[in-house]
Write a new protein. Structure first.
Length: 274
C-alpha cells in the first residue's frame, strides 16, 4: 500500500547531491549536507518559511557532514574531515557556543551518524571498532565513551525515540542490513524488520508511534513507514530513481527526503495520508 497523499513538493532546485536533512528548533529551519563539488561537503540551512538557504560555516576548514541537534535545542553536533581518511566529531553548545572536538584515532578512522538524546544528557555515534562498526555512547563533554552494540557486524544510524527511552538503529548482525531497537544503554536489542534487501536509516515519528526508513526490498531505494515495532509496513514512494534520507516534519504528517529525478538530487516534501 502506498501512503503518499499528494504529489511531492520540490524544496531545492540546484540538483546537487544532498544528505541527512534534519529539522531544527521545531519547524523553524532545516539543516542538510550540500555536496557543492566533488571535494566539498557543506552544512547548509533552509529557512522553512521562505525556503532561502545559506551555508552554516562559510569559513569551514574542511568538509562537514552528518548534522544532529538535540530536541531541546541546546546542542548541535556534526562531523568534520580532518584528513583524507579521518573524521572528527564536533559537539557544540548552542547557548554558550563552546565546542568539544573528539579527534579520530590514528590510521584510517572516523565517526559516523551522531544522534543527541532529547534531553541533551548524552549522545551516540557509530565508529569502526575491532573489524566491526559499533555504536558508542558519550557524555556531551566528550567523556565516558562506552560501546553499546558489541561490534557485531556494522551498527550505524542511531535515532532516539522522542521520549528518549528507545534507540532505533541499523545493523548487519544477522547478515543483512535490518532495523533494530534497543534501550539507550545498549540493552534489550530487538529486530524490527526482516527482508533479504537493505532496510536502513530509520527515524522515529514525532509522536514515537511510527518509523520511516529506506528499503531496497522492491528493487531500488524507496521510503517506507511502519509502526514503531516494525509492523504494518507501508510504502511511501514509488519511482525508478532513488528516494533516500527521510526525516519527519514536526507535524508528523509529512516527510522530507532526498529524491533523485532525471539525474538531479533535491529535497522534497512528501505529504502522508492518514
Amino acid at each position: 500500500m502506498v501512503v503518499q497523499a499528494a504529489d511531492p513538493i520540490r524544496l531545492t532546485h540546484d540538483g546537487r547531491m544532498k544528505f541527512t536533512p534534519v529539522f531544527v528548533d521545531g519547524r523553524e529551519s532545516l539543516t542538510y549536507v550540500d555536496f557543492e563539488n566533488p571535494k566539498v561537503f557543506r552544512l547548509r540551512t533552509m529557512n522553512w518559511e521562505t525556503k532561502e538557504t545559506k551555508v552554516i560555516h562559510e569559513a569551514a576548514p574542511a568538509p562537514e557532514f552528518d548534522p544532529a541537534y538535540s530536541a531541546d535545542g541546546n546542542y548541535f553536533s556534526f562531523l568534520r574531515a580532518t584528513g583524507g581518511l579521518q573524521v572528527s566529531l564536533v559537539i557544540r553548545n548552542r547557548k554558550s557556543n563552546e565546542e568539544v572536538l573528539i579527534p579520530p584515532e590514528p590510521g584510517f578512522s572516523g565517526y559516523r551518524t551522531p544522534a543527541i538524546a532529547p534531553d541533551s544528557s548524552h549522545m551516540l555515534f557509530s565508529f569502526a571498532n575491532n573489524f566491526g562498526q559499533d555504536i558508542f555512547r558519550v557524555e556531551m563533554n566528550g567523556q565516558g565513551r562506552t560501546a553499546l552494540t558489541g561490534a557485531k557486524g556494522i551498527n550505524i544510524w542511531p535515532s532516539y525515540s522522542p521520549d528518549g527511552k528507545k534507540v532505533l538503529f541499523t545493523s548487519t548482525r544477522d547478515g543483512n542490513y535490518e532495523l533494530y531497537e534497543m534501550k539507550p544503554d545498549g540493552s534489550d536489542i530487538k529486530r524490527l524488520t526482516d527482508s533479504p534487501y537493505q532496510d536502513i536509516r530509520g527515524q522515529y515519528s514525532p509522536d514515537g508511534k511510527q518509523i520511516a526508513f529506506v528499503s531496497h526490498r522492491d528493487g531500488n531505494a524507496e521510503i517506507y513507514i511502519a509502526n514503531a515495532d516494525g509492523t504494518e509496513l507501508r510504502r511511501v514512494t514509488r519511482h525508478e530513481e532513488r528516494d533516500d534520507y527521510p526525516t519527519w516534519h514536526p507535524d508528523g504528517k509529512h516527510l522530507v527526503c532526498v529524491a533523485e529525478r532525471d539525474g538531479s538530487h533535491d529535497l522534497y516534501l512528501l505529504p502522508l495520508s492518514d
